[in-house]
Design a protein around this ligand. Structure first.
Ligand SMILES: Nc1ncnc2c1ncn2[C@@H]1O[C@H](COP(=O)(O)OP(=O)(O)OP(=O)(O)O)[C@@H](O)[C@H]1O
Ligand SMILES: [Mg+2]
Length: 432
């Protein structure tokens, strides 16, 4: 996936966040995806200045600045998606282009594994306008915000995750387990509910509930979306139809850097609940909720520099609000990543950070996909995205499994046998 590591050059600045990076199980994971050249960049012959590499136990992204300086950024996954089809020739030593399917395999599938184990999970795409966030999260979306299902290879992380989720929780795929007491037959099933909201100009709007305003309710773990519609769904197609319907009312527009720019932060939330069905001796079935988790899938609006986009009037107001919430998220990340924890964590300063309180510094396994352009045309925005992502990588979360009693998949005799085998007690006679 990645080419040979670019040799560090003299004068390389240290990779931000390299020192004392916390263990990957609990900290926010960061993937960096490099998009193809845009048609304009290709037409202008814009020079490629970004490269990816792996080596020394991690992946890296390097930016060779216009003034000859190189900055390297360590990350959990470097995703090089600079296809020659995007315009311009890829360098001879460029790694193979990472497809939408590979992005799902690298980031979406492990996230779903965690969610089905009972961990709250979040993946969010962060980057400059036009850098590929919506492409990564949703995939092909037309000018009206409708998902393009005609090209399955273009499907992004959200449709793929929905597909995988319903395949994995289909009744045929859920195991028949047995409880320890009396070996009563037990079956596990999952139910799924979906919400879809956008944050636009500092208002949260319910995209599945007639676009009504949603008040964020403070809960013990953060702020929740209890006011938003939470619709039961039983197939990927149903979720995608809801998202497509929600997208019809979504705020999008054209900037000089992206014809179909997302002008709001879009948040899809899937609520997963596992239930244990136990057949009693008399044949009756009892149901008990067991594991549960929440999956937040976030396509942020792009950060933008007024000088790059030329925004004025309403577009400028939107841009200022977008930048405000992203700056507040940046301040939350900086405060959480500071080992001394000297700064207050300003979750309350924007709707976006209230919504993401659990995902940063709370009970969640979180991955940020930082999306960047490959060329000199976006050098400053690329560097600022990579610095932001490096700070996010220092944030340590407290993920824990939520849920009641778990169904034990084996009889007590089998469990005892496994326990003894694990203990390796010398001379221990195993009573079968
Ligand atoms: N990895 C990629 N492969 C192919 N095309 C891509 C890729 N990333 C982005 N693009 C294309 O670049 C353009 C801009 O991408 P996209 O709309 O996803 O940007 P964005 O980051 O969501 O921008 P905004 O913040 O303005 O919403 C689209 O035409 C998209 O198809
Ligand atoms: Mg977008």
């Amino acid at each position: 996936m990645a080419a040979a590591a670019p040799e560090p050059k003299r004068g390389d600045s240290p990779a931000p966040g390299r020192a004392a990076t916390p263990p990957p199980e609990e900290r926010v994971r960061v993937a960096i995806r490099v998009r193809p050249l845009s048609a304009k960049e290709a037409a202008d012959g814009a020079k490629l200045i970004v490269s990816t590499a792996s080596g020394g136990g991690g992946d890296f992204v390097a930016v060779d600045g216009a003034k000859g300086q190189r900055e390297r950024f360590e990350c959990d996954r470097a995703l090089w998606s600079v296809s020659p089809a995007g315009g311009g020739a890829a360098p001879a030593d460029a790694p193979p282009c990472v497809s939408q399917a590979e992005v799902y395999a690298d980031i979406g599938a492990p996230l779903l594994d965690n969610a089905l184990r009972g961990f709250n999970s979040c993946v969010l795409a962060y980057g400059q306008t036009g850098s590929g966030k919506t492409h990564t999260m949703m995939g092909g979306v037309d000018g009206h915000g409708r998902l393009q299902v005609a090209d399955p290879a273009a499907a992004g992380l959200i449709p793929r995750l929905c597909d995988d989720l319903f395949r994995r929780i289909a009744p045929a795929a859920t195991p028949l387990a047995r409880t320890t007491s009396g070996s009563r037959p037990v079956r596990l099933s999952w139910t799924v509910k979906a919400s879809y909201v956008e944050v636009y100009n500092e208002n949260v709007t319910d995209l599945l509930g007639g676009r009504k305003a949603v008040a964020l309710q403070q809960s013990s773990t953060g702020f929740d979306l209890s006011g938003a519609a939470k619709l039961p769904v039983t197939s990927a197609e149903q979720v995608l139809a809801l998202i497509a319907k929600g997208n019809e009312g979504r705020a999008t527009g054209a900037t000089s850097m992206n014809e179909h720019s997302s002008r709001s932060h879009a948040v899809v939330v899937l609520f997963l609940q596992e239930t244990m069905h136990t057949t009693q001796r008399n044949g009756a079935t009892t149901e008990q909720p067991t594991r549960s988790s929440t999956v937040k899938l976030v396509d942020l609006a792009g950060s933008e520099r007024q000088s790059d986009t030329g925004a004025t009037g309403a577009r400028l107001k939107e841009a200022n609000n977008i930048n405000k919430s992203l700056t507040t998220l940046g301040m939350v990340i900086r405060a959480l990543g500071d080992p001394k924890r000297a700064l207050p964590v300003p979750y309350r300063d924007s709707k976006l950070t209230k919504l993401l309180q659990d995902s940063f510094g709370g009970n969640s396994k979180t991955t940020m996909i930082a999306t960047v352009g490959p060329s000199v045309a976006t050098e400053q925005a690329t560097l600022s995205t990579l610095r932001y992502a490096a700070t996010a990588r220092k944030v340590v979360n407290k993920p824990k499994v939520a849920g009641g009693r778990r169904a034990r998949p084996q009889s007590s005799r089998e469990r005892r046998k496994q326990l003894l085998a694990r203990l390796h007690v010398p001379g221990q006679r195993r009573r079968e």
